[in-house]
Design a protein around this ligand. Sequence first.
Ligand SMILES: [Zn+2]
Ligand SMILES: [Zn+2]
Length: 270
Amino acid sequence: MYDMHVHSGYSSDCRLDMEKAVLCAIQKGLSGIAFTDHLDIDYTDHENEFQYDFNDYFGRIDLLRRKYSTEIDILSGVEIGVQPHVIAETKARIKDFDFDFIIGSTHLIKRRDPYYGSYFSDGVSKVDAYGEYLDELFGNLMLYYSDLSDDDKPFCAMGHFDYIVRYAHFDDSRFLYSDHADKVDDIFRFIIERDIALEINTSTYLRQPLDLRMLTRYKELGGRLITLGSDAHSDDRLGVNFRKYADCVRSCGFDRLYYYKDMTPLPYDI
Ligand SMILES: [Zn+2]
Ligand SMILES: [Zn+2]
């Protein structure tokens, strides 16, 4: 399997050395690993963090490919943190670099990251909180694509559409399709029409299990592109629960997952 969402020391919230990650991925029997470090321009309270030098990054990727190409596929990538006011600058920053894979993620809701528990402290209900996140995510997707020129890079996958779930502490924090059917349908239709893959981000499901109705609905709407990503920030998290979630994907009627090379989706059987 391919771990299509891994962070390294090029992310300011991560110290994992790339080579260490590659060796660990080989040891775990992964077929490929995509380094998708954070480009999160004007991230709240950390304006200059979550950005990295792409030339330096690609140099390191090349070195590792030369050393390990017979053992594992090493894929280049970036995880874009989208906010409405950074879209133009983000597109300009990435347009001259040949990433294999680009994840479009939403981490902030109106400048607030649910990672910090204060997002939930004003007594917001679960349905309202998750709904607000989905609104922000959908708004960001629409804005990014509203004036996407031929020179701009599209997203290969939508990152962790259930990101907010990770940091919630409700009595029952499960993110249920039935609570947000209309919003989830809108998002799924949008990504399906544009060939943006749905990411199964297994880091989220260390906290709350995935509602499999999400996957069956994605399939009903015509979805076929699914990637698996651990969102690992340390080597012990690489490929975590991949067999379990590949089986979930299979049980929902899919027989393939995808990895990306040169921005092109490539299937593998599960
Ligand atoms: Zn993320
Ligand atoms: Zn990530």
